[in-house]
Design a binder for this molecule. Structure first.
Ligand code: NAX
Length: 431
């Protein structure tokens, strides 16, 4: 049952009484983790009486509050007399370029809304602690009302302690002349340790997004090493690729990005990814028909999205940072508060579309809020799409084989994962 339904149920069972928000919150049992999200939604009313107590005599009134606040989004919410407990957000690689864009937006309430206080726990390598101190000074100088506390550390257990949300950004870039396999292994070791640490000390409801590359494989390693944390709590970020694609489509068709739906990134966050326009709609019409330009789709759009990271590096001399931070924030925000459209996330395959179980692949999902999401299933797949997805999954399997020593032979919680199951290519080919 969704938390919203649960609130509605409390509303009906207590009809006739006047409950405060805290009283409603207290009746949500602890498994409804972001009861704060519910509270945030409930707080979308401006008159002081509404803060003192919501008259829920009539459950329809409550449902109106909820839907109104849900439509307006968290920016609609205002500071009020109800004290929300701070949410704990851990960011790794906190002295790096992406974190420099991310941290200030988290502190200003862009992820969880303008009503939700936060604590930041920042993890860095020992060598980067001094630089991180500088970032902390700037965070302090921002005097953000929502930012209650900052912990700076080079110790993973301290960083992940009681975390509600983690942004795993810190990773080791490929050094000059280094083999990709060696880079993978170095990063794998980082994510193995961080997965273990999250499992040990973070809240059991923690949600983690892996940004550091190779993001999909790193998310897989972290999850395999966190046996007590549900596999669905570790996701890899492909939202930047998704958003890059939306921007290209909107430019081509001259529409707003929010007009586009049912777009998907499949596979790995790498140049083998498949930006899939075949189901996309623009204001409810099939995008393919509106674009009417297959040459653009196959020879410009797809390669451009796949290579956009390199294009930015060539132009800027540095990799994407602000756009990556924005994508990470939207990824987490949608995951926590819900999305009304398809978004792309790297998640643990449960075998849909014949993709090997236990590999973290980007797929279209819909987020329902409260950290829950559903993979868009059973959509028709052309041979062209299937072969492109196959290519990317092959790459993920190769990456997996390079780090197999770091994957404990275990089943992930909640799903039987047969690590050695052969990827069923035929399944795609037959469609
Ligand atoms: P930076 O090199 O600026 O920052 C990385 C930071 O991580 C450094 O400060 C470093 O000291 C720290 N770090 C390294 N190992 C650590 C560890 N074990 N614990 C804690 N901190 C550690 O890189 P930045 O531009 O911020 O990019 C970070 C990562 O994001 C890279 O791996 C990059 O490839 C990846 N990206 C992923 C994207 C995605 O869409 N998934 C897009 C952007 C970006 O390329």
């Amino acid at each position: 049952m969704s938390a919203i339904k649960r609130v509605a149920q409390i509303a009906s069972s207590t009809a006739g009484k006047k409950l405060t928000l805290q009283e409603i919150g207290a009746q949500l049992d602890s498994s409804f983790r972001p009861k704060n999200a519910i509270q945030r939604m409930l707080l979308g009313k401006e008159t002081p009486e509404d803060f003192k107590g919501i008259n829920i005599k009539d459950p329809r009134v409550l449902s109106r509050y909820l839907s109104e606040a849900a439509i307006q989004g968290p920016d609609f919410l205002i500071v009020n007399s109800v004290e929300l407990q701070p949410a704990t957000i851990t960011v790794t690689g906190a002295a790096g370029a992406i974190a420099y864009s991310l941290l200030f937006r988290l502190a200003s309430g862009e992820m969880l809304g303008k009503n939700q206080p936060i604590n930041l726990r920042l993890l860095e390598r020992t060598e980067a602690m001094q630089a991180l101190q500088g970032v902390v000074m700037e965070l302090q100088d921002g005097a953000f009302p929502l930012l209650k506390n900052i912990v700076v550390t080079d110790d993973a257990d301290e960083a992940f302690k009681d975390a509600d949300y983690t942004f795993l950004v810190g990773a080791k870039p490929r050094s000059k002349g280094q083999e990709r396999g060696d880079m993978l292994k170095e990063n794998a070791a980082i994510f193995k340790e961080q997965g273990r640490s999250i499992d040990r000390v973070a809240k059991s409801s923690v949600l983690s997004v892996v940004v550091g590359n190779p993001a999909n494989t790193n998310a897989m390693i972290a999850s395999y090493n966190a046996p007590n944390t549900p596999r669905t709590s570790f996701t890899a970020m492909t939202r930047l690729d998704h958003d890059r694609a939306l921007a290209q489509i909107s430019k081509k068709v001259n529409c707003q990005v929010e007009d586009i739906d049912r777009f998907a990134i499949w596979g790995n966050h790498s140049s083998t990814q498949y930006p899939d326009l075949s189901h996309a709609t623009i204001r409810g019409k099939w995008a393919w028909d509106l674009i009417k330009d297959e040459d653009w789709i196959y020879n410009k759009f797809i390669p451009r999205v796949q290579q956009r990271g390199a294009e930015i590096i060539n132009a800027r001399g540095k990799s994407s940072a602000a756009s990556a931070a924005d994508a990470a924030l939207r990824h987490m925000r949608d995951w926590v508060l819900g999305s009304n459209k398809w978004v792309s996330m790297g998640v643990c395959s449960e075998g849909w579309y014949g993709i090997t179980r236990g590999v973290w692949t980007s797929v279209p999902v819909q987020c329902f809020g409260d950290g829950k999401f559903g993979v868009i299933r059973d959509i028709p797949m052309s041979k062209e799409s299937a072969s492109r997805i196959n290519k990317s999954i092959d790459e993920l399997l190769q990456e997996k084989s390079m780090v197999k020593d770091l994957l404990p032979n275990q089943t992930l919680r909640g799903v039987e994962v047969d690590v050695d199951k052969v990827y069923n290519k035929k399944w795609f080919g037959l469609l």
